[in-house]
Design a protein around this ligand. Structure first.
Ligand code: GDP
Length: 296
């Protein structure tokens, strides 16, 4: 399960704190040292950890906390609150266009889970009463278009494709027009990925962006890749401008670093998390619930 190591370590530290009754600054320092190490081991970005610990220290060394009846509990409460803030504080939802269709552009590197997540998101929105259309713009990976059709069929969501002899920009534009003509209120565009970020990929994504002016640009990243996921997010955000991140494969034994760093490093929220290979395994991301899950 995700976060197992981190959760275990933090909970152990907190157990010691709770057991103490009164705590002094040395106890606090030791506890924060353990929290710091646990976060670094979980692959949380170094600077994020540093700022996080500094914030907790600033709040925890106050007289009110140290002299309260339950200082250990107070420190834990502060860590919980700051961890929630770190991940964005409150849930960030998809913004729907006031002038449908809402166009959601799905971006990311190959293998991150873009095609699967496009389907999952369509399924989730259909359940909320939306009428989504999936658009197949990955014209380079031969199986990608078929894969999207298979996903669409099993979810009963229509897929718009034009094969792989047209440019992704033309397909995206035609897809949006098709949605308008067929009362589809959400268009989910599955774009191509690459193994690494390159100029060609970014140029193509920028071209799609400027021609269909998406309501939302989401980046799909694989949580298992830890700090790499954060670097990818930083780079996509700088070059393309993101509205949110979807963190996939959080059901695996990821150490959790990406979930804890993405928001702080990029300023962009995690909107959804992928929790498995099934097409129903996509959940909205709640920072407070995630913090509670990690802290026990
Ligand atoms: P793309 O290249 O970005 O379009 O990636 P795909 O959608 O083809 O996904 C790559 C692999 O990751 C597939 O085997 C998916 O089933 C798997 N995958 C996607 N999301 C998740 C997830 O949340 N959890 C797990 N365990 N696997 C996932």
């Amino acid at each position: 399960m995700a976060f197992e190591g981190l959760a275990e370590k933090l909970q152990e530290t907190f157990k010691k704190l709770k057991g103490k009754g009164k705590i002094n600054e040395k106890d606090l320092k030791e506890a924060l040292r353990e929290v710091r190490l646990a976060l670094l081991e979980a692959d949380v970005n170094y600077k994020v950890v540093k700022d996080f610990i500094a914030k907790i220290k600033e709040r925890a060394v106050g007289q009110e906390v140290m002299e309260s009846l339950t200082p250990g509990q107070q420190v834990i409460k502060i860590v919980n609150e700051e961890m929630t803030n770190l991940m964005g504080g409150t849930q960030s939802k998809i913004i729907f266009s006031s002038k449908p269709p809402t166009v959601i552009m799905m971006t990311g590197l190959q293998g991150a889970g873009k095609t699967t997540t496009s389907g999952k998101l369509g399924g989730l929105l259909a359940k909320q009463g939306k009428n989504p259309l999936l658009v197949a713009c990955d014209v380079y990976r031969p199986a990608a278009i078929d894969q999207l059709h298979v996903v669409g069929e099993s979810l009963n969501i229509p897929v718009y494709s034009m094969g792989n002899h047209h440019s992704p920009v033309d397909i995206a534009k035609a897809g949006v027009e098709y949605a308008k003509a067929n009362q589809k209120d959400v268009v989910i565009i599955d774009t191509a990925g690459r193994l690494h970020i390159d100029e060609e990929l970014m140029d193509e994504l920028k071209n799609i962006k400027s021609s269909v002016q998406p309501t939302e640009i989401l980046l799909i990243v694989d949580a298992m890749t830890g700090q790499d996921a954060v670097t990818v997010a930083e780079s996509f955000n700088e070059q393309l401008g993101l509205d949110g991140v979807v963190l996939t494969k959080l059901d695996g034994d990821t150490r959790g670093g990406a979930a804890l760093s993405v928001r702080a490093v990029t300023g962009k929220p995690i909107k959804f998390v992928g929790m498995g290979e099934k097409l129903t395994d996509l959940e909205p991301f709640y920072p407070d619930r995630m913090a509670s899950r990690i802290l026990g």
